[in-house]
Design a protein around this ligand. Structure first.
Ligand code: 3H9
Length: 708
């Protein structure tokens, strides 16, 4: 028997446990092992029924994504065709019960649905998350799921990609029972009872795929398309999943699964699939830091101190208590603490109104935040996150105070977004415990956490920060201590280039339109208005941008700030905002831009849409390449993860560095050289970009060579 599958017999029931750690993916050998064991069990007269489950922490989490990745890049043997296995399970005379704990995802759920019955652990989850990888279910999930849960729910699950919990799965008809206590014992009992009952056992494929609520198929499809357009704009897989589900409703099962297979094949070789699979593995790779491993001694964090109860401090506090970590929230004045707590309560109220939390859950969470104006109890916390105003003197003062009020070994983190971490660390006697934890606003929502290592930050301190990031549901990316770190440093050339474009004849709305058409969640002028023009203004001055002789600085942004146009918060910035907070072009701004450009003697012209995207994007990518060659990011894929999780870069393009690879580094380099000739020194290509372009290599290959 294969070591990928454990087989035992319990009271006349064959219990097969898939044993392919860490997540029991359907790697080569697993489907074959299941098929062989089912065949043996079906023939064995001592076996009345069969239970299939997962060994370890989960059921089957899907097809092996490494195998899909090979396929996406045109290599390997291709995705497994599970049709014969699923039919074998469904057509056998003895009942097959799927016993599910952990997650039944993708191919895992597809295998589960071919069973005659499904018994779930109370905390099990079920999903068809293939769209997250740019594909659709490829093992008859789009055919069996609507037959079990109805067309509407199937569309929601296959288009949205979000898993459902056991209770919801039971209500929807996806599972037959939730185990009371031990899953294996419950499933064996269920299987033995089904065998004793005899008769034909239900085959999912023989059910009908219909709506569960009144209305036509067309209306249900329209709702699915609306969800796809809203939640997964510009992505092709969700629409193909809809097409496959439509086939389930209109064709025979035999025709339907073949249609699904065709659509699956179309998706798996697409650019979007390659990009999304890249993002999947990039996210997991980001946590691997040379010198920081499982054996790095890192104390667990059971209590956090936060200094600064403003928007960031409050959001960080919410992120911690949402993960069950109690917080001491300190600010200098009682009024600031009260204001911070009021904002936290208000945020939670919105979640209650939206049905995400109950009032009891909120009360429990708010109860875990202890507001205070001194450092009482800070000697009992394992981690302090400083989130005071972005001012070096103030931050140094706080770190000096923390040195006295915390115990040795406490990790002292700064949430600075732009200041020099080593200078902050100089105010604390234990610089090895100092680290940057740069959260993104709103901190309780945004997934990105830039973890900034200073000159002296120890491996243990990095391990603590990475551990906390995982615990509070963030993607921690370790970066070096350069100006603006990775994300904001790349943002500067992107933002400035957009401003230069409007000074040369484009308009803010034209630039924003092209950037959102490219796939960014928002255009850069809208982002600037949302963040506050004064914020960038202050940073620009503090970091001394454009002070070197001959440097071209943006003309209009400072002027808008001087006019008090700080963006959304003042109702006016690059755009003008009404009650609905939607941006509208402002002729006054356009007039100002044209006037200032004329005074500065900047020639005006029209821009091609493609040129707008290239000017903005290639500036960002060039800066990313510089960051990489200077060692402030460990990998190009880390930069992608920063941009996918903190800046609204379209996931289906895989991140800016992956996008550059898809354009081709030779072309990117050539365009940057042209821009350098036309526009000057700021477009000097990064050495690394030049080197890779000349060697006809990609950033992906660069990462792979360095990790080998
Ligand atoms: C599919 O099924 C297509 C079918 O319809 C058609 C077939 C014909 N394969 O996330 P973690 C690795 S598409 C290979 O840190 P967690 C992961 O890389 C698939 N590897 O753990 C990591 O490796 P490492 C549909 C996988 O506990 C390790 O496992 N399924 C796979 O936070 C731990 O992962 C999905 O999309 C896989 N399928 O979360 C599920 N899954 O340690 C994708 C994980 O070397 N997976 N790995 O870095 C997940 O959502 C999460 O991993 C899961 C566990 C929730 C399972």
């Amino acid at each position: 028997m294969s070591e990928l599958l454990n087989v035992e017999q319990v009271r006349g029931v064959a219990v097969l446990s898939v044993n392919n750690p860490p997540v029991n993916a359907l790697s080569a050998g697993v489907p074959e092992a299941i098929g062989a064991a089912i065949e043996v069990a079906q023939k064995d007269p001592a076996v009345q029924a069969i239970v299939l489950m997962g060994a370890g922490k989960t059921f089957i989490a899907g097809a092996d994504i490494k195998q899909l990745e090979e396929m996406a890049w045109g290599r390997g043997a291709g995705a497994p065709n599970l049709h014969a296995l699923l039919q074998q399970i469904e057509d056998g005379p003895k009942p097959v019960v799927m016993a599910i704990h952990g997650t039944a995802l993708g191919g895992g759920l597809e295998v589960a649905m071919a069973g005659h019955y499904r018994v779930a652990a109370a905390d099990a989850q079920f999903g068809q998350p293939e769209v997250n990888l740019g594909i659709i279910p490829g093992a008859e999930g789009t055919q069996r799921l609507p037959r079990l849960v109805g067309l509407e729910k199937a569309m929601e699950m296959c288009v949205g990609g979000k898993p459902v919990k056991a209770k919801e799965a039971l209500a929807a008809g996806l599972v037959d029972a939730i185990a009371d206590g031990d899953l294996k014992a419950s499933a064996v009992e269920f299987a033995a009872t089904a065998a004793k009952r005899g008769g034909a056992h239900p085959k999912t494929r023989e059910k009908k795929a219909e709506r569960r609520t009144p209305g036509t198929l067309e209306e249900a499809l329209a709702a699915g398309r609306e969800l796809a357009a809203k939640a997964r704009k510009n992505q092709t897989a969700p629409l193909k999943a809809m097409e496959a589900i439509q086939a389930a409703a209109t064709l025979t099962f035999e025709e339907g699964w073949k249609r699904e297979r065709q659509l699956f094949q179309e998706c798996v070789t697409s650019d979007q699939c390659r990009a999304l699979i890249h993002a999947f593995f990039a996210e997991r790779t980001a946590g691997r830091i040379p010198g920081v491993g499982k054996d790095t001694p890192a104390q667990p964090v059971s209590r956090v101190g936060i200094v600064g109860a403003g928007t960031m401090g409050g959001g960080i506090a919410m992120a911690c208590v949402n993960a069950g970590i109690p917080v001491l929230l300190k600010d200098a004045e009682q009024s600031a603490v009260d204001k911070g707590m009021a904002a936290i309560r208000k945020n939670y109220e919105v979640s209650v109104q939206r049905g995400r939390f109950t009032t009891e859950m909120v009360a429990e969470r708010v109860g875990k935040i202890h507001p205070q104006t001194d450092y009482a109890g800070f000697d009992s916390v394992d981690l302090v996150i400083e989130a005071v105003f972005e001012n070096m003197e103030l931050k140094k003062k706080v770190f000096g105070e923390l040195a006295k009020s915390t115990k040795p070994g406490t990790v002292l983190a700064s949430n600075t977004s732009s200041l020099n971490l080593d200078e902050i660390a100089s105010a604390a006697p234990r610089a090895e415990n100092v680290i940057g934890m740069h959260f993104f606003s709103p901190a309780n929502v945004m997934r990105l956490l830039e973890i900034v290592r200073g000159k002296e930050t120890s491996a243990a301190t990095i391990a603590v920060a990475l551990g906390v990031a995982k615990k509070i549901g963030k993607v921690g990316v370790v970066v070096g201590n350069c100006e603006g770190f990775v994300g904001n440093r790349m943002m500067f050339p992107y933002m400035y280039e957009a401003q230069f474009l409007v000074e040369e004849g484009a308009t803010p709305e034209q630039v924003d339109r092209e950037l959102t058409r490219f796939g960014w969640a928002m255009g850069i002028f809208e982002v600037d208005d949302m963040a506050g023009l004064d914020v960038a203004w202050r940073i620009r001055k503090e970091l001394g941008h454009f002070t070197e002789p001959g440097a071209r600085g943006p003309l209009v942004a400072d002027k808008l700030c001087e006019m008090g146009r700080y963006g959304q918060k003042t109702g006016k910035g690059w755009y003008v905002y009404g009650q609905d907070r939607k941006p509208r072009p402002d002729p006054e701004v356009l007039e100002l831009i044209r006037k200032m450009a004329k005074e500065a003697g900047i020639p005006q012209r029209e821009f091609r849409d493609e040129e707008i995207v290239e000017r903005a994007l290639f500036g960002l990518i060039n800066e990313g390449a510089k960051i990489l060659e200077e060692g402030y990011a460990l990998r190009a894929s880390d930069i992608d993860i920063v941009y996918l999780n903190g800046y609204g870069f379209p996931s289906w393009r895989g991140g800016p560095m992956f996008y550059a690879d898809t354009v081709g580094l030779e072309k990117v380099y050539e365009r940057i050289r042209q821009f350098e000739k036309q526009l000057g020194q700021r477009w000097k290509p990064a050495n690394l970009l030049k080197k890779l372009a000349e060697a006809k290599k990609s950033f992906r290959e660069y990462d792979a060579e360095r990790s080998a």
